[in-house]
Design a protein around this ligand. Structure first.
Ligand code: ADP
Ligand code: ZN
Length: 742
């Protein structure tokens, strides 16, 4: 039956779905998921069709103006997913739709890159070429080349091969001998790379057990639970992903692999591209560094069905593949899967929801499961698979805890490298083995204090101290990007008494270089990696053994393989531990385990030094003994006692304004209304200043709620907010399952 009406969500936020008439000419193409142009007020707007209702209560309907695209942009399951997100994450459907479709697709502006192709208009005889040669020798050369072509080729390539120019080509065109035609070609961000095809490795026993479980799930996707693959670093998880994808393809299905943005390195992409090298377009890659044009091409490669595997960061969970058979979420514990702007979704959780909607298998892999996922496995909601051994049979590295309190007593001042780490580094340099030093803080000095009046240089917009960057010779705020010149004297009291204190990676690098003048030391953090290729170049040099000591932030903590690294130093393990965040302990445990996984991947056993002022904190002790289960038990006990996730969901409202009093007043009013609206099953916290009270010039107040029935809580929060008119300069945002509690 031909559709009479179409229900659409227009891209602009109006919090309402609208019905339009479907003109006869469009009837065979208007369906759920199509993009259309509709009249809206006195303009026209882009929109997505979300339903084909048989009847409508609306009156005075207007008609759809145009169809956008040759195919539905989204399938009905993705629209179902969008509705779920809207209800769960307390977020308008328009905002959700915006994440589902990349901007370049929504706008429909960028199209395929066009290239000029050349071919002969007819068969050219050699005599004809020779005849032409007398008058125009260059044209004759080019004509000869064209006459030899078996297929049209890009004009630019032809001219390069023959060393002839465009003018000559145009002359032949004028003579009617060659034809030039524009054709669409894909921009391939990996065009300059060659992929050598690889084949399945022979699995070890543990891997084989895990793959069998996956095969079972793929055979019965309707009833299979999500699988949690808990495998130590280097246990061969990626090989299992590859073989499971192969198996999904063999069943005529497609697959998505989610990888944290930071781990989406050329190395990772290459592993997938070379295993699935049978067609050039088999693997599409989605990440934030693609140009608009590249994103357009990759998206169409997926939508048209040419790409059957998508590897990408967070938003690739929305990849518009058909017949989805498998979603892999690598490093499922990574907090970067959480989007920190609306819609504030968590890609791992969405993968599980999408899996359920599309009857597809979901595989979560990690060396350090998140408490949420491990809890789900323990409760039987997920199926747990274990890989306890490293593929190469290497020992887990030896973890040594260095008590910084003792080191400080010995050295009298705060040293960056304790004695033990220092001598281990000397030993590695002698043996020509490599060292990684890890510190999760950029810059040179973390604060600039006046020893006369005690004033610190704080960011004018945020409640944090400015960090001194020596290379740039500026003070900068790591939260809002504000920068300032370095004062010679204290701007508050005028004394020449400024002292630098605290340290970041820049100072570690300088300090290490001073201690080991002959060693090659490099730093890898957001400051030193501003150039596009710097990251790749540094890693290449490190792999080739041209760097002895690599200093860096979390950029170097994850997913990289360096067989010659036998020593890892964690300069300060306490950085995350003392944040006012209930996940602080979990993050520290994960970080130590992940960083430690960098050591000793080759023939030689690795050693890890963890410098800390709190050597007996559980996350450090359990990480030291590689005891995940022990850590999990004690952390879970703490979470249960405090009603925190995974026992309860949390919902965090942030109320912010440039005017402190107005933000505070609004937060208090909102909390009062919530107290009236929420039944007793929900825990409602007092409104209080956020730990980070001021950010980017805005004063911030928090209201934390907890409960089990999250969709219900979301709806009550939405209704309360809708009924409460906030002053114009006050904004309230809702974060469901929050990860940023500062
Ligand atoms: P993980 O993802 O768990 O860190 P990887 O899949 O990257 O581990 O495996 C680590 C290394 O071991 C890789 O170089 C990989 O090619 C290799 N590897 C994995 N499985 C096998 C196997 N069954 N036989 C031989 N080598 C393997
Ligand atoms: Zn700031």
């Amino acid at each position: 039956m031909k559709p009479t009406y179409a229900r659409v969500i227009i891209d602009r936020a109006i919090h309402r779905e609208l019905d339009y008439l479907v003109p006869d000419g469009f009837a065979d193409r208007v369906d759920i998921g199509w993009r259309v142009r509709v009249p809206f007020r006195d303009k026209s707007a882009l929109a997505t069709v979300v339903a084909i209702p048989e009847q409508t209560e609306a009156t005075g309907l207007r008609a759809i103006e145009a169809i956008v695209g040759e195919k539905a942009a989204l399938n009905p399951k993705l629209i179902e997913l969008a509705r779920w997100m809207s209800a769960y994450y307390c977020c308008s459907i328009e905002t959700v739709m915006r994440s589902l479709l990349p901007q370049v697709i929504r706008r429909g502006e960028v199209s395929w890159k066009k290239q000029l192709f050349v071919r002969a208009t007819r068969i050219i005889a050699e005599e004809e070429v020779e005849k032409l040669r007398k008058r125009a020798p260059r044209q004759a050369d080019l004509l000869h080349a064209v006459s030899q072509l078996t297929a049209p080729i890009p004009a630019a390539d032809l001219l390069r091969q023959t060393s002839l120019d465009n003018q000559t080509l145009r002359a032949l065109q004028k003579r009617g001998l060659v034809e030039l035609r524009e054709e669409a070609v894909a921009r391939d961000p990996h065009a300059d790379e060659q992929f050598v095809a690889t084949t399945n490795l022979v699995l070890n026993v543990e891997q084989a057990v895990a793959l069998t479980a996956l095969e079972e799930a793929l055979a019965n996707p309707g009833t299979a639970k999500p699988l949690l693959l808990h495998g130590v670093t280097g246990s061969g998880k990626t090989e299992i992903y590859l073989q499971a994808i192969r198996s999904a393809l063999a069943r005529g299905k497609t697959a998505i692999v989610l990888v944290p943005e930071i781990s989406l390195t050329p190395q990772t992409v290459e592993r997938f591209k070379s295993r699935f090298a049978e067609t050039e377009d088999m693997v599409a890659v989605l990440h934030s560094r693609l140009s608009e044009g590249e994103r357009h091409d990759e998206w169409h490669k997926i939508r048209s069905g040419r790409a059957r595997i998508v590897i990408g960061a967070r938003s690739a969970v929305f990849a518009p593949l058909e017949s989805l058979g498998l979603i892999v979420v690598d490093e499922e514990h990574e907090t970067s899967y959480k989007q920190e702007e609306a819609p504030r979704y968590h890609a791992r959780d969405l993968a599980v929801v999408r899996g359920k909607l599309e009857n597809c298998v979901v595989l979560l892999g990690t060396a350090t499961p998140s408490l949420e996922s491990y809890f789900n496995a323990k409760r039987g909601k997920y199926r747990l698979l274990n890989l306890t051994l490293r593929v190469d049979d290497n020992q887990m590295p030896l973890m040594r805890i260095v008590d910084l309190r003792q080191e400080k007593r010995k050295a009298k001042s705060l040293t960056i490298l304790g004695e033990k780490l220092h001598s281990a580094m000397i030993d590695r340099l002698e043996k020509r083995e490599q060292t990684i030093l890890f510190l999760n803080r950029r810059g040179f000095s973390t604060s600039l204090l006046c020893s006369a009046c005690g004033e610190a240089r704080d960011c004018p917009n945020c409640s944090v101290a400015l960090t001194f960057h020596r290379t740039a010779s500026r003070l900068s705020c790591h939260l809002c990007g504000h920068t300032a010149a370095v004062p010679k004297k204290c701007p508050a009291c005028g004394e020449d008494a400024l002292i630098y204190s605290g340290f970041g990676t820049e100072k570690v690098e300088a300090n290490v270089q001073q201690l080991f003048p002959k060693a090659v030391v490099r730093r890898m953090d957001a400051d030193s990696m501003t150039r596009k290729d710097a990251y790749r170049e540094t890693l290449r040099a490190f792999r080739a053994g041209k760097i002895d000591i690599l200093v860096g932030t979390q950029m170097i903590a994850k997913g990289l393989h360096f067989p010659n690294v036998t020593l890892v130093g964690i300069i300060n393990a306490d950085l995350a531990l003392h944040l006012p965040d209930f996940r602080a302990g979990e993050r520290t445990f994960q970080l130590l385990t992940q960083v430690a996984g960098r050591a000793g991947r080759g023939e030689i056993a690795g050693e890890v030094f963890v410098q800390t002022f709190t050597p007996f904190s559980p996350s450090i002790q359990f990480a030291r003994h590689h005891d995940f289960a022990g850590y999990f038990e004690q952390e879970l006990e703490f979470r249960e006692r405090c009603d925190f996730p995974p026992f309860r969901h949390a919902v965090l409202i942030t109320v912010r304004s440039a005017h402190e009093a107005r933000a505070k007043f609004s937060a208090e009013t909102l909390a009062r209304r919530l107290r009236e609206a929420l039944p007793d099953e929900f825990i409602l916290g007092e409104p209080s200043p956020a730990p980070l009270e001021k950010l980017q010039g805005q004063f911030r107040f928090h209201i934390l709620m907890r409960g089990e029935a999250i969709v219900r809580l979301s709806r009550l929060v939405r209704e309360t907010l809708d009924k409460l008119p906030l002053p114009e300069d006050v904004v309230a945002s809702v974060d469901v399952d929050p990860y940023q509690l500062l």
